[in-house]
Design a protein around this ligand. Structure first.
Ligand code: NAD
Length: 295
């Protein structure tokens, strides 16, 4: 029997626990969301983040800059958020319009408020196992597996994809000597040779490639767990939107071979916002404890 991994339920559980936690706090955590330009997908994402904040009692601050804004204007907004004590977390919505140096802009965010976990200081801390903000999507994958009692200790996890926001931090999380980790991790990427021979040996496959239905049944060993991070739009004239969302895994073909699998949508996707909210509440708590240490 294949277990269907349910990100919608796990997200709801996390958010309901966070809501109780926020209600007990002496003040309100605050999240600043910065959007440059008018990319419709980015606008939809920040709308979802604002709604999650509203539902939990987290203050959200929105900064909308035109796509003609300069790097120095954006850095001015980031600096103001870094200095504002009501802002505990800062999220710079990616991608930035052409001409922006994304890494330079991310580096400007205070590591203490970097709730996306993209600042090099936090990436380094994650790698050496220090407490930090974990990048939300891989943090969500790790949480999703724990919530479904999927054992990672001693298991061979094959991650397909080496991006800085999914593949690499995913490996950094799973290789740690701690509960919910302790895996033997292989990272595969676009230059990997004999990919199928590697993925077939995996106890757990994590696909983060960005190509619809890339992982096919012949790439998966019997009884493996398959986690699909991919979100891809494919044309679908039968859908009123004219497209549907599919993952990087050929779900229908692969499902029967797996012991557990995430659907798309409804698997990993919902976890990213849940972990963003978790990181925002942690940011508030850490900043409060620093303030009280100095009183
Ligand atoms: P990316 O384009 O930055 O990285 C893709 C990776 O796939 C690269 O490291 C590349 O080496 C690897 N790759 C490409 N072709 C390959 C091949 N033929 N064989 C092996 N590896 C290959 O993408 P990303 O930002 O990591 O995102 C990956 C997917 O995850 C996308 O579909 C994206 O939409 C999705 N995503 C989902 C969430 C979420 O909230 N669920 C968050 C981030 C990304």
């Amino acid at each position: 029997m294949t277990q269907l991994i349910d990100g919608v339920k796990v997200k709801a559980d996390i958010l309901s626990e966070l809501k109780n936690q926020v209600a007990e706090l002496p003040g309100k955590p605050g999240l600043a969301v910065i959007l440059v330009g008018d990319n419709p997908a980015s606008k939809a994402y920040i709308g979802m983040k604002k709604k999650a904040c509203d539902d939990l009692g987290i203050q959200s601050f929105e900064f909308l800059l035109p796509k003609t804004a300069s790097e120095s204007e954006l850095m001015g907004v980031i600096d103001a958020c870094n200095e504002n004590p009501e802002v505990n977390g800062i999220l710079l919505q990616m991608p930035l319009p052409k001409g922006f140096d994304e890494q330079k802009m991310l580096d400007r965010i205070s590591p203490d408020k970097d709730v996306d976990g993209f600042h090099p200081v936090n990436v380094g801390k994650l790698l050496i196992g220090l407490e930090t903000f974990k990048s939300c999507t891989p943090y969500g994958v790790a949480h999703l597996m724990q919530a479904h009692n999927i054992e990672t200790e001693g298991k061979h996890v094959v991650i397909i994809g080496r991006s800085n926001i999914v593949g690499k931090p995913m490996a950094a999380i799973l290789v740690q000597n701690e509960l919910g980790a302790n895996a033997t991790v292989t990272i595969c990427h676009s230059r990997t040779k004999n990919l199928t021979s590697i993925t077939k040996q995996a106890d757990i496959i994590i696909a983060a490639i960005g190509k619809p239905h890339f992982v096919t049944a012949d790439m998966v060993g019997e009884g493996a767990v398959v986690i699909d991070v991919g979100i891809n739009r494919v044309d679908d004239p039968s859908d009123p939107r004219g497209y549907k969302l599919v993952g990087d895994v050929d779900f229908d073909a692969v499902k029967g071979k797996t012991s557990a699998i995430t659907p798309v949508p409804g698997g990993v996707g919902p976890m990213t916002i849940a972990m963003l909210m978790t990181n925002t509440v942690s940011a508030y708590q850490r900043q409060q404890s620093v303030v009280s240490q100095h009183q």
